[in-house]
Write a protein that binds this ligand. Structure first.
Ligand code: ATP
Ligand code: MN
Length: 481
């Protein structure tokens, strides 16, 4: 019996006339009383293989079990296809049903299902063309992230998922505890006594690997993390997950400009990698997005298609604008004057909402924007303070349709300045002693940023909701699969 061949391999290098075995899941079966055409997909590629079963040669009872969703194994000769739509097909000499899928119950039928419905069957949705494509592109992007940094001599550092520091300040945290939830040991003021907890104090799931990443950079020069992060933010948006993956490079001897250069090069590289390595899946996703937009109002449609957007990123520089310049642009905009923003920009120091970010990217500059030098009061304690005493060396990269895709900064490397800022912001110094020590022993200027992997995936796949670019999304009220 022939050994199994993956459909992707067989299409790249078809061995016409050779007996071949293919295993996979049935997408469709059609035909007449003489012959059945079975479309099989094994996930290795967006393309199906057509198997042709001559009814005089295959067992009719077995063929009856070949329904959409069933798993089958087919063996036979590979031949050049007579019909259009495929280059080769397989003439079935042996057909085996490995797993039936009762058509009365199997929820995925060969028709369009809504993305909302597919989220309810996240255990089966990888078997659709759309999610097959998204998951293959997702893999390619993971691989590209590691390749980019490896080629540059960065080291991948695993930072902890359970963290004892609650000072990262990036969002609400999930508690990690083994204390009895009904009857926890209590201390004198009647509160749960976490000194008796598993780690001897309160712990949470990490919201960012940055602080530990900095420790790595102060020894290895250039590191990056790529791990899960958790934020218990109750923001039910199309761009927030409670569990998402983040890439956080951290570089010794980089200033803010070096940091922006690296971030831009990185995003450009990833877009180019997708175009070079995922074009079949991207073509499918491109068509699917165009189809989806047909039902939308003219003003809601994207000006560029998915593939055009990826090429645009590769071919154009990002626009770099200081926060101060951005505030002037926003203040003088018609949107602001006519009070069309929900949050009107009154004066310097205002925090930018996503409506402002989207205005800058989508209406004003019409290209990705890097905003830098933000007021220190709206940014984290660890960012390098500028000489003006008002701003810090922060930078956010804003993408069309997404808003913030990267947030980063040059880090405050001066011990006294950092310590003063920690006090100013009422962060308990004792929980930060190890972080402060890097500034005491061999401190160095350094910078880093965080890229939300699923925000990147929204950009690369053209999917509109972040729940549709991760296999099993975690959002408020949803952790079923
Ligand atoms: P936002 O304002 O969009 O909530 P943030 O300022 O909280 O973002 P950072 O703390 O700077 O974001 O995190 C770095 C990156 O992680 C962001 O640029 C974004 O790409 C991603 N990110 C942040 N929060 C989420 C989330 N809840 N789900 C998915 N990605 C996220
Ligand atoms: Mn946030």
């Amino acid at each position: 019996m022939a050994k199994r061949t993956k459909i992707k391999e067989l299409l790249i290098n078809p061995k016409i006339g050779v007996e071949t075995n293919v295993k996979g899941w049935v997408r469709t079966k059609r035909g007449n009383k003489n012959v059945a055409f079975i479309a099989i997909n094994d996930g290795s590629t967006i393309h199906n293989l057509q198997a042709v079963a001559d009814l005089s040669k295959v067992n009719e009872d077995i063929l009856k079990l070949v329904t959409t969703g069933a798993c089958i194994s087919v063996t036979g000769q590979l031949v050049a296809s007579q019909g259009s739509g495929q280059s080769v097909e397989l003439l079935v000499s042996d057909l085996e049903v490995l797993g039936e899928a009762n058509p009365e119950e199997y929820p995925l039928q060969p028709k369009k299902h809504s993305l909302e419905f597919l989220r309810e069957i996240a255990h089966l949705r990888p078997r659709t063309n759309t999610f097959g494509a998204v998951l293959r592109v997702r893999h390619a992007m993971i691989f590209a992230v590691h390749k980019f940094f490896n080629d540059k001599g960065f080291f991948n550092l695993h930072t902890p998922i359970i963290t004892g520091s609650d000072a990262e300040g990036a969002g609400e945290m999930f508690r990690v505890t083994t204390l009895d939830p009904v009857n926890p040991p209590k201390n004198q003021d009647g509160k749960a006594d976490f000194s008796q907890d598993f780690f001897g104090h309160e712990t949470n799931l990490t919201v960012s690997g940055q602080l530990e990443g900095e420790l790595g950079a102060m020894a290895l020069s250039d590191i990056y993390t790529f791990g899960p992060t958790f934020r218990a933010e109750n923001s039910n948006t199309s761009r927030h997950l409670a569990e998402f993956w983040m890439i956080e490079p951290e570089m010794a001897f980089y200033d803010l400009d070096d940091n922006m250069d690296l971030a831009e090069e990185f995003l450009t590289y990833l877009a180019q990698y997708a175009l070079d390595n995922c074009i079949e899946d991207l073509n499918f996703l491109n068509e699917r997005a165009l189809e989806e937009e047909k039902n939308m109002k003219q003003e809601e449609r994207s000006e560029l298609s998915l593939i055009e957007r990826l090429k645009f990123i590769v071919d154009n520089d990002f626009q770099r604008v200081s926060y101060t310049e951005a505030i002037e642009i926003l203040r003088n905009s018609n949107q602001n004057k006519k009070k069309k923003f929900k949050y009107i920009i009154e004066s310097w120091g205002a925090d930018l909402q996503s409506e402002h970010e989207r205005f800058l990217v989508e209406s004003h500059f019409k290209k990705p924007v890097i905003l830098y030098n933000y007021p220190k009061n709206i940014k984290a304690f660890y960012m390098r303070q500028n000489e003006d005493g008002k701003t810090v060396r922060a930078m956010d990269i804003l993408f069309p349709g997404i808003g913030e895709i990267i947030g980063g900064s040059q880090r405050e490397e001066r011990y006294d300045v950092l310590k003063a800022r920690i006090h100013e912001m009422d962060i308990p110094e004792e929980s930060m002693w190890w972080y402060l020590e890097t500034r005491k022993f061999g401190t160095a200027p350094h910078s880093g940023f965080g890229l939300g992997f699923e925000r990147l995936m929204i950009f690369v796949t053209g999917m509109k909701n972040i729940r549709d670019v991760i296999p099993f999304p975690r959002t408020p009220g949803n952790a079923e699969f």
